[in-house]
Ligand binder design. Structure first.
Ligand code: FO1
Length: 329
């Protein structure tokens, strides 16, 4: 089976682990990761969602934090703070720093982000889950999510990472823009992977800043809508709250109702001008099923909490099961 997953960082990576447990070794899994979280930091290109997928599947992740490296130290970060460096708010770990140095070196030498990602994965893949997937950036062009907000009475635009890390998503969200998205192109292999897929999955990643940007790269929606693979998503909202991160603040800032049904409607049904064929909600949201099916999206209520390997594998199996029932002619 050929599976494509359009993934953000933490939630998407956890789901992919379950998907690997739920599939056979000869199943072909391509992960298209969000790159709109990326930022320039002290001259280095940092790609949080690509790194989170790579570290999680490559067993280098600090599973407590859900991002960054295990056995991490923060000497460089402390020294940067001592110098009063303006971006010292970013959690730049000493081990993680090596990833940004190697990637930035590759990019400077003319490699695209796809090749740079491939080169980094060669270290992590052998003998790990990362070896069973192909990790692609959504685009090789620079796209960044910026948040229009108000800080100390001043209207200001913040890079998403500054909004999330420095301000802990505690400032108001007036608008979310993906700078550069209009002229971005799908990375090599993305449209082909979607065209040849048997199923495309939207895992429980943030709909605004993780899945949203991938769908917004010109050509991706068209590939999904034109492809034969059913597109099935897993709600990142359970019982009116984000499972993790700041999806609820972002949805509220954009006047999108904080519910599993509203996110499904945001992505839209393929029978309309959207991309979804199926949508999974948590059992606590079963009352939303009629609203979702009414929007032209097949829906099921299943346990959505990824508490451990078994529940995560079960969620992946439920996702594939829903997709099997939707195979399109
Ligand atoms: N998240 C935080 O909450 N604080 C941090 O200091 C932080 C640093 C960081 C460094 C590298 C990296 O790959 C991810 C990092 N993240 C941090 C997570 C990151 O902001 C989010 O995972 C995504 O960008 C949003 O999904």
């Amino acid at each position: 089976m050929r599976i494509v997953v359009l993934s953000g960082g933490v939630g998407g990576s956890r789901f992919i682990r379950g998907l690997l447990a739920a599939t056979a070794p000869d199943d072909d899994i391509t992960v298209v990761a969000n790159t709109a979280d990326d930022l320039w930091l002290f001259g280095l290109r940092v790609c949080p969602d690509l790194d989170t997928v790579m570290y999680t599947l490559g067993d280098g992740i600090d599973s407590g934090r859900g991002w960054g490296r295990t056995q991490e130290t923060w000497n460089a970060k402390e020294e940067l703070a001592a110098y009063g460096a303006p971006q010292a708010w970013f959690g730049l770990g000493d081990r993680d720093l090596a990833t940004h140095l190697v990637r930035s070196d590759l990019l400077r030498s003319g490699a695209g982000l796809t090749e740079a990602t491939d080169r980094l994965c060669r270290r992590w893949a052998p003998g790990t889950d990362l070896d069973r997937i192909r990790l692609l950036p959504m685009t090789e062009d620079e796209v960044e999510t910026w948040i229009s907000t108000t800080v100390d009475g001043q209207d200001v635009d913040l890079h998403f990472q500054e909004f999330w890390i420095r301000h802990q998503a505690s400032v108001p969200v007036h608008a979310v823009t993906q700078r550069g998205i209009e002229t971005s192109r799908p990375a090599p292999g993305v449209q082909e992977a979607i065209a040849f897929a048997d199923v495309v999955i939207l895992p429980p990643s943030n709909p605004i800043v993780s899945v949203g940007p991938i769908l917004a790269v010109p050509g991706v929606r068209e590939a999904l809508r034109g492809g034969v693979a059913p597109v099935v998503g897993v709600s990142p909202i359970i019982d009116g709250g984000a499972v993790r991160g700041m999806a609820d603040q972002l949805l509220a800032g954009l006047n999108v109702e904080n519910s599993a049904a509203a996110v499904a409607e945001l992505h839209g049904s393929r029978s309309g001008d959207g991309v979804l064929d199926g949508w999974l909600v948590d059992e606590s949201d079963a009352d939303l099923l009629p609203r979702i099916t009414g929007a032209g999206i097949s829906a099921r209520a299943v346990p959505l909490w990824m508490r451990d390997a078994a529940t995560t594998q079960r969620l992946a199996e439920d996702t594939l099961d829903l997709a099997r029932g939707l195979v399109r002619g």
